[in-house]
Ligand binder design. Sequence first.
Ligand SMILES: NC(=O)c1ccc[n+]([C@@H]2O[C@H](COP(=O)([O-])OP(=O)(O)OC[C@H]3O[C@@H](n4cnc5c(N)ncnc54)[C@H](O)[C@@H]3O)[C@@H](O)[C@H]2O)c1
Length: 392
Amino acid sequence: MESSEISVGVIGIGHIGTAHAALIYKGEVPGLRLAAVCDVDPARLSYAESELPGAAVFDDWRKLINSGEVDAVIVATPHPLHAEISACSLQAGLHVLTEKPQDIRLSSAQRANQAADGSGCVYAIMFNQRTNPLFIRLRELVRSGTLGRIKSSSWIVTNWYRTQHYYDEGGWRATWSGEGGGVLMNQAVHNLDIWQWICGMPSRITAFCGIGRYHDIEVEDSAVIYSEYPDGSTGCFITSTGECPGTNRLEICGSMGKAVIEGGVLRLWLLPCDEELLRKNAKTAWVDPKLSYSEYSPEDGGPAHRGVLEAFAGAILNGTPLVADGKEGVCELEIANAAYMSSWLGGVPVSLPIDREKYDSLLSSMQSGSAELGSRGRNITGEYSKRWSVKW
Ligand SMILES: NC(=O)c1ccc[n+]([C@@H]2O[C@H](COP(=O)([O-])OP(=O)(O)OC[C@H]3O[C@@H](n4cnc5c(N)ncnc54)[C@H](O)[C@@H]3O)[C@@H](O)[C@H]2O)c1
């Protein structure tokens, strides 16, 4: 791109969209300038007129993308609109950074990726947890082979606790129509992405989702996923918004040792040799190998949303790498959709990639009994909320 400044439009200025817009408006993301915002809620447009003067204001995202005011958009609407707005923006020649999840349906996410192909535009996903040094270090341990061949991963992430009041705020949340799922489609999206980013994509998923187990909602507020990988390794993912105090513990066991992230620390135990050698060669019933132990506790959680925004600007201006591109958005969505499909069908194993048409049809049946969408309470600060972090 020839200019050194990208004019950005933020579509959906609710909680997170306002935080992104405010950061860019204050000039805190080099290379990005807030040129426009869009929302369907008149109260949000009034907010923009008073708090973000100079930014053009639109009540229809199609008008914004065709306005000629912007080079790029940030999509921060409810999830079911993400892929459609992304695809139309890419087709209009605009760069796109979309909030997670990429969409609620793989079929829609794929259409957006097709729009990105050959468009010459950057298509990025806000997977801000990928900038956390703990996950980056663990991924390096796996990819470098330090942990050996992966045997199993297990992630208990039950510290996404939410009250009934959170769900009673209403709106698009916690309904099949409004957000296409519950904890797997909203809170745990980051964890599912990090899980596959580190351990790779499973070939089969079996899952059980607890619909309205703790809250008066029509979608799941707890889920257990059992995953099988092409190399024979396995994984277990447990999440919930109804357990307090919750746990956040990720453990990966490999043939050379074990790594655990919990409480902001990565603990690593390494064997002196591959465990298979111990198991097969020992002349005793059990062994007590000398382990090397180390800990890694970074000072902070990394640059998070700001880091993803900066990488987006860098990719457009200088061709530098994104934190996550559109093609990568599909991975966690494939796991989430497979988990729903497995659960809806009674806990049967589902092979990946899943049958997209079948999923869409199953989701439509869930949506046919979905609650009416209402308006929701608002307490928008324009700041990034601690609530959106993976809390270690
Ligand atoms: N990356 C993160 O850490 C993070 C954190 C929070 C939310 N999110 C994601 O961001 C998205 C929005 O979440 P939120 O908490 O800000 O929700 P929100 O309800 O506070 O904001 C959504 C906004 O979109 C507007 N909107 C709805 N339909 C629209 C349309 N057709 N055109 C333009 N605007 C429209 C709504 O009026 C609202 O102001 C979700 O997909 C969520 O998963 C990501």
